[in-house]
Write a protein that binds this ligand. Structure first.
Ligand SMILES: NC(=O)N[C@@H](CC(=O)O)C(=O)O
Ligand SMILES: [Zn+2]
Ligand SMILES: [Zn+2]
Length: 426
């Protein structure tokens, strides 16, 4: 039994407490204390349900030089995540039931965050032939996506949505029009002109979302079961507006935004530093403000990291050649807690919801609230500030666009079903 004493509670239902949270048999047994072998002082801290990341690249199998399950899932629990969806753009892509099972078994043996693999929508993520979704689901896949690539063939995406609808699986898309995106390495506009860098226009995202909404309408009309389209790493004001309108029209669509699009803009590219190179690119301040609005009004369902580790050697190449991607599993919550909640007054309960119930709903999972009988997959967060130190990351990507930023809200204790998987108490 573990007792977390005098701790404030925060979940999607709101803030309350302090309470004395007694944990045993994998559950919250009481909010009024009781005898325990281990007593942790939660004064000044707050307790939240464990986070779920809908979008992380853990690189296994095939690119373990960038990240693997052990380092990625350790980074996850250090970031307060008890559950994580791994992207299938590995080498080879995760497109068979055997590959899904292998990931699940290996992750289970590690005993860190629980892994929910996403599987490829198409064989080899080549955009041509649909994968055996029924078997993938049976093996444990929770979502289908060709992320890392875009879905160029609308017919294939439509057929994929029909197939997934029959199984109750969401299909997640990296929504960028390949033609408009061209070889852009940053947001297209005055700044890309000034820097002399190839631009990726915001319209590339909006154009692809607009198309995908029509594909979704088609699927909705023809499907057995309800199709579910999930838009990944939404980055533009216009893209957000399209999702908002679609939701108002009752279309079965959900969307996520990333820590980097919520806290950084294209201005970061001024120093030509590839650490800020990511797809879709960092946008303008107006886009960032629109995303914040979307977090508040429910257009966005979740904050998802798109943790995309590469080796430092790759990220130290010049801006044109370095790969796209920003790692963020270990800083995502402190970053948004500090930048949105502390600095801008963003409601804490809604922020926590965007890391917990929001993403859980996207996967059709039950919500976790801090009440008696609830599953004890929890994170204890400390308001104490310290600077981001990538040298201490568990991730193999020991660099960060946020290095040196002073943040509070660090996870000091993470529990999965009552078991301590991360501890950094003082
Ligand atoms: N987001 C990125 O910039 N990179 C991702 C791919 C992706 O999410 O599309 C990666 O796998 O490195
Ligand atoms: Zn993507
Ligand atoms: Zn991704």
């Amino acid at each position: 039994m573990i007792l977390i004493r005098n701790v404030r509670l925060v979940d999607a239902l709101g803030e309350r407490g302090p309470a004395d949270v007694l944990i045993g048999e994998g559950r919250i047994l009481s909010l009024e204390g009781g005898a325990a072998q281990r007593v942790i002082d939660g004064t000044a801290c707050f307790l939240a349900p464990g986070f779920l990341d809908l979008h992380a690249h853990l690189r296994e199998p095939g690119e373990e030089v960038k990240e693997d399950l052990a380092t990625g899932l350790l980074a996850a629990v250090r970031g307060g995540y008890t559950d994580l969806v791994s992207m299938p753009n590995t080498k080879p892509p995760v497109d068979t039931p055997e590959a899904v099972r292998a990931l699940k078994e290996k992750a289970k043996a590690l005993g860190l965050a629980r892994l929910h693999p996403a599987a490829a929508l198409t064989e080899g993520q080549e955009g041509k032939t649909l994968t055996p979704a029924g078997l993938l689901k049976e093996a444990g896949a929770v979502l289908l996506t060709d992320d890392g690539r875009t879905n160029e063939d609308a017919g294939v995406l439509g057929a994929g949505l029909l197939m997934a609808a029959a199984l109750g699986l969401p299909v997640a898309v990296h929504a960028e029009d390949a033609g408009l995106r061209r070889g852009g390495v940053m947001n297209d506009g005055a700044l890309s002109d000034l820097l002399g860098l190839p631009g990726n226009p915001p319209e590339a995202e909006a154009a692809r979302i607009a198309r995908d909404l029509e594909v979704l309408r088609y699927a909705l009309r023809r499907a057995q079961g309800r199709p579910h389209l999930h838009i990944q790493h939404l980055s533009t004001k216009r893209g957000l507006e399209l999702v908002r309108e679609a939701k108002r029209a009752g279309l079965p669509i959900t969307a996520e935004a990333t820590p980097h699009h919520l806290t950084l803009t294209e201005e970061a590219l001024k120093a030509f530093d590839p650490l800020f190179k990511v797809a879709p690119p960092l946008r303008g301040e107006e886009d960032r403000e629109a995303l914040l609005e979307g977090l508040l009004d429910g257009t966005l369902d979740a904050i998802a990291t798109d943790h995309a580790p590469h080796t430092l050697a790759e990220k130290e190449m010049d801006l044109l050649r370095a790969p796209f991607g920003i790692p963020s599993l270990e800083v995502a919550f402190p970053l948004l807690y500090t930048e949105l909640h502390l600095k801008r007054g963003f409601p804490l309960a809604r922020l926590v919801e965007l890391f917990t119930d929001g993403p859980r709903r996207v996967l059709g999972l039950l919500s976790i609230h801090l009440e008696e009988g609830a599953e004890a997959s929890l994170v204890l967060l400390s308001p104490k500030e310290r600077p981001v130190d990538p040298g201490r990351f568990a991730s193999k990507a020991r660099y960060s666009p946020w290095a040196g930023w002073r943040l509070g809200g660090w996870p000091v204790l993470t529990l999965v079903e009552g078991r301590i998987v991360h501890e950094a108490l003082e």
